[in-house]
Write a protein that binds this ligand. Sequence first.
Ligand code: TYD
Length: 226
Amino acid sequence: MADANGLFVSFEGGEGAGKSTQIRRLAERLRERGHDVLVTREPGGSPGAEAARHVLLSGAAETFGTRMEAILFAAARNDHVEEVIRPALARGTIVLCDRFMDSSRVYQGVTGNLESDYIEALQRIAVNGVVPDCTLILDIPAEVGLGRARRRASAVAAPDRFEKEEMQTHEKRREAFLDIAVREPDRCHVIDAQRPEDDIAAEIAGIVDQRLRAANIASARSEAAQ
Ligand code: TYD
């Protein structure tokens, strides 16, 4: 990644794939090893983007069409990148982001039926050069993920604008995330998220350790030991 010393890891996947749990576990592991870690999410992650999050997830923008929603996601992303992610990477922080540009490609592009040229043009402006070093795609059949997400939603809150959609749409998104992984194998890793939580966490830890070594990022603790 240009101009940066940190590592940018994004987590992607459908609903109920266990992203939040795995992000929390990875963050704990990295912090225990002395790394500076920032956990953030999209849409949101900066004050401007959190304001857009409310508009997007409540469904308030839905009546204005998918194009309007895609632009709002991009506006939120650009604010998040410039205000939070880029400065954190420049400080050498490991940034763990719950969803990023691939979610727009999948939700707005593929299942929102927007042309890929349009989405890619928005993404260029939104990320402005800040592309994840590594993207972990937590893959789970739509039926399993949705079942989990619905149990959680009924216990906590009503499903958001995007969770309400049909099973077929969720399966299409799963395929779309897998397609991105095929197109960008250097950046993306597909993780089978149907396995026990500990196994998934171990696989993710291995991938991220390897990325840290490749980027030559040592933790504060290992530097002190040298
Ligand atoms: P969130 O409550 O963060 O849920 P999840 O656990 O599924 O990540 O909701 C984010 C929702 O916004 C989710 O349904 C996916 C959708 N989304 C998009 O449609 N496009 C995007 O670019 C992003 C970042 C999210």
